[in-house]
Design a protein around this ligand. Structure first.
Ligand code: LAC
Ligand code: ZN
Length: 457
């Protein structure tokens, strides 16, 4: 039987697309890494279909690239070697929210924002909040081990995954992990699979840990006339024993980008921090905001606006979420980094990034999750003629982050965008060990090939 006939035995006709428009659509994502056409797009509706597809592709040596909303920033869902784009977006049911156990069980195509709203309506809280929460899927969050602003206090996706139904690249369906908070039986395969960027298999069901919804939240926007002051305020606030749930930074380029998108900051604002605390009552939170504001003012903050109510808070966050799309309007292209440095090194990293931009004559925006040291350095450029300088800028930023004790990616993953930089951070022995692990799970090398690791020497 031909591969195509076998595919048609696994999926109904309505779940297979071969037309050019669909292949183009599923050949792109949010990473600015070009279009890579799959031969076919297959829409799974259950684990058995996923398992049968992976088994078939393993036998026939056909590449499979899983995808959800394709909101990823490192090209994780790009079918760079063609083959099958396996979409999980139709598996989009929230299967259970268990108030007594504080767990939720979901299919991989559930939109993160839908889960957030559903559990919040029951007084529960799912903290990981990548900025694409209103359209990214939980399967993608699992694949990339997504983080977001609240990672500062609450950690990242991995910290909430208790167990999964997982299809390995050879087509077996496994249950990994558990449904309880504690549990140490066997190897931590959940830890291995979460963040494996689609190379070690596919989640077909996910059980997540939830928390009680904080009863009070307080958000402040701190405005600075100098970027360096804002960067130092981040370190100072954290060093004074305050643990906000977010501490986000916007630099002058990010602020300029927002101006054109309808978000206005007072004239002369060169940097902003979004400080947010949560807890069980409002009064102690206001005291924390006052302490943080005093520290910010010592570091040159000229204005601190405390959000009055949900609408004002949402407006502040809407501005933050618009940074990435707004930067696109300043230049034809942008490459987005998500390096992390130890928190004490945040001011140094920001200064080095801007100095590097000035030296190379490139506009670089630095913004993001400054509180956990995770900065989005975005290099803006006009066209292919700028690429050599852009590549140099990226390499410089990553080398600097590593020199300061950091890492090349805090939340977006390595994907295709950063695979040639992995060796800046990891030894050849470590990369080789991971390649062997990959081969163990995926002998034919069909699962999201061309990702994470540089091509073998
Ligand atoms: C953000 C995305 C780019 O934080 O991670 O805006
Ligand atoms: Zn981010």
């Amino acid at each position: 039987m031909s591969f195509l006939d076998a595919l048609k035995e696994i999926f109904p006709a309505s779940a297979l697309r071969f037309d050019d428009a669909s292949r183009e659509e599923y050949g792109r994502d949010e990473s600015d890494q070009g279009t890579h056409l799959p031969e076919v797009v297959a829409f799974a509706s259950n684990a058995q279909e996923v398992a049968a597809l992976l088994g078939l592709c393993q036998r026939e040596r056909v590449p499979v690239t899983p995808c959800g909303a394709r909101s990823g920033k490192s090209g994780g869902s790009l079918p760079v070697r063609g083959g099958v784009a396996l979409s999980l977006e139709r598996m989009n049911h929230i299967l259970e929210v268990n108030v007594e156990d504080l767990t939720a069980t979901v299919q991989p195509g559930v939109i993160l924002g839908d889960l957030m709203k559903t559990v919040e309506a029951k007084g529960l809280f799912y903290p990981p909040d990548p900025n694409s929460w209103d359209w990214c899927t939980l399967g993608g969050n699992i694949a990339e081990n997504a983080g977001g602003p609240r990672a500062l206090k609450y950690g990242v996706t991995r910290d909430y995954v208790l167990g999964m139904e997982w299809v390995v690249p050879t087509g077996e369906v496994l249950r990994v992990g558990k449904r309880t908070i504690k549990g140490v039986a066997g190897y931590d395969l959940v830890g291995l699979f979460v963040g494996s960027e689609g190379t070690l298999g596919v989640a077909t069901e996910i059980t997540l840990q939830l928390l009680p919804l904080p009863r009070a939240v307080c958000t402040a926007l701190m405005l600075f006339s100098e970027l360096d002051g804002a960067a130092r305020a981040v370190s100072a606030i954290l060093a004074h024993g305050i643990l906000p749930r977010t501490l986000e930074l916007l630099d002058p380029v990010a602020i300029r980008a927002l101006e054109g998108s309808g978000y206005h900051y007072p004239g002369g604002t060169q940097a902003a921090l979004i400080f947010e605390v949560d807890g069980s009552a409002e009064e102690p939170l206001l005291a924390e905001v006052a302490r943080a504001a005093a520290i910010a003012e010592e570091h040159g903050a000229r204005e601190v606006q405390v959000a009055q109510g949900t609408a004002q808070r949402e407006k502040i966050w809407e501005g933050r979420r618009q940074v990435s799309p707004s930067l696109r309007k300043l230049a034809r292209h942008k490459l987005s980094e998500d390096i992390v440095v130890p928190r004490g090194k945040i001011p140094e990293m920001i200064a080095a990034t801007h100095a590097m931009g000035a030296r190379l004559g490139l506009t670089v925006a630095t913004y993001g999750h400054a509180g956990d040291g995770n900065l989005h350095a975005n290099v803006l450029y006009g066209g292919p003629e700028d690429l050599p300088r852009v590549q140099e800028a990226m390499a410089t930023i990553m080398r600097h982050a590593i020199r300061l004790g950091g890492t090349i990616t805090g939340e977006h993953g390595v994907g295709v965008a950063k695979r040639r930089f992995l060796q800046l951070e990891q030894s050849p022995e470590l990369i080789d060990l991971q390649r062997r692990l990959q081969r163990f799970f995926d002998p034919a090398g069909i699962m999201n090939p061309g990702k994470i690791f540089p091509d073998a020497p």
